[in-house]
Write a protein that binds this ligand. Structure first.
Ligand code: KG4
Ligand code: ZN
Length: 357
């Protein structure tokens, strides 16, 4: 019987999961390090690597215990090999290789972004994963990525990427400027929903009609409007964080955040519409931390209905970094015989997904 152990340590979440051969999540444990990094206003690589090191052993025990399994039941090991913070990646990758070697079972190095793209096929309520179709488009929106891919017959092609900030990064920066703390996505999402986008921001377009994304102009426009509201942008110093209590956010700030959120979501949908107009696809997955955004989820559902595209979103518990998606991507690769470098895989901070065989 297949039992996949997945390990994810590419950034600030230490996560382990067990997956059955049909893609059912047997157990999944995620330990967030947000508190350890909060006072720095972002992820500190050295702190992340050390935290992974101390988190891993107890989390492995917990994952096995919750899955009612012993380490010897594991038949396949998968771990994130990149892209990510090299020091952080090394911790999970080395642990995973050691376990695979010790057990004498295969090891599959996993591309973190490929795993996000596949995460919407997982079921979070104890069911089997959906079969991964031969052809689909995938939008990954996280703190580090805003990438649009096309998966076709085992090959992956990049169709658009951000030329500057990632969508989640824009949320984090806007939150920081408004003194709303880190990470910014959830709090900006909540405040935006209680405001009205009275003065919209434009959706950027490139003069060469490239479908690429850009969020830095929007961020600057928000900063200027914040200043005109009399809210001097925060400098990002640790003591400048968390200066504003969410409940005390004034109405004009909520309206400004609503306009920001409308523009951010509109840009994502604009690029999706362009892609489906130029090369039709029937299935779209949207994944990564920003896939938790309430407005994006709503708009995507409507967009999918009008465009006749089946839009698959990960369960909210699977939008952020998690090892269930790593185990799943490892299983899919193992089944297709494309396990890359196996035990020879190294940790990679940069690793273009389209370069994978
Ligand atoms: O995928 P993820 O957990 O980590 C990586 O960046 O790989 O994504 C985290 C990002 C952060 O930038 C966070 O602010 C954003 O996802 N995020 C959101 C929401 N929840 C998390 N952005 C917008 N709306 C949300 N509800
Ligand atoms: Zn991620």
């Amino acid at each position: 019987m297949t039992l996949v152990l997945g390990i994810e340590t590419s950034c600030d979440e230490t996560s382990l999961a067990l997956l059955a051969g049909d893609g059912r999540i047997v157990s999944s444990v995620v330990a967030s390090q947000v508190e350890a990094h909060r006072r720095f206003g972002g992820v500190v690589p050295e702190i992340a690597a050390r935290a992974h090191l101390s988190n891993l052993p107890p989390l492995l025990d917990r994952t096995l215990e919750e899955g009612g399994a012993s380490l010897h039941d594991v038949t396949l090991v998968a771990a994130t090999a990149g892209p990510g913070l090299v020091g952080a990646l090394l911790v999970g990758l080395s642990e995973a290789k050691g376990i695979a070697l010790g057990l004498g079972v295969p090891f599959v190095p996993v591309h973190h972004i490929e795993a996000h793209c596949l995460s919407p096929f997982l079921d979070n309520s104890g069911g089997a994963a959906r079969p991964v179709p031969d052809d689909f488009a995938a939008l990954v929106v996280s703190g580090g990525h805003t990438h649009l891919y096309r998966f076709q017959r085992g090959r992956t092609a990049l169709r658009a990427r951000t030329r500057d900030d990632a969508a989640g990064e824009a949320y984090d920066k806007v939150a920081k400027m408004a003194g709303l703390g880190y990470p910014g996505g959830p709090v900006v999402d909540r405040l935006a929903r209680s405001g009205r986008a009275k003065e919209p921001f434009a959706v950027p377009r490139f003069s060469d009609s490239s479908p690429d994304f850009s969020f830095s102009g929007l961020k600057t426009a928000v900063r200027d409007r914040l200043a005109s509201l009399g809210r001097a942008p925060q400098t990002g110093l640790p003591d400048a964080l968390r200066t504003l209590n969410e409940a005390a956010a004034p109405a004009p700030l909520r309206d400004l955040l609503a306009a920001f959120q409308e523009a951010a979501v509109a840009q994502l949908l604009d690029r999706l519409s362009r892609l489906v107009d130029t090369e039709p696809f029937a299935v779209l997955t949207v994944s990564g931390g920003v896939a938790a955004n309430s407005l994006l989820r709503e708009r995507l559902a409507a967009w999918g209905r009008t465009r006749r595209v089946e839009v698959l979103l990960p369960h909210l518990s699977l939008t952020g970094d998690n090892a269930a998606m790593i185990a799943f991507a490892g299983l899919v690769r193992f089944r297709s015989g494309k396990t890359g470098e196996g035990l020879a895989a190294i940790a990679r901070s940069r690793w273009p997904l389209e370069s994978l065989e």
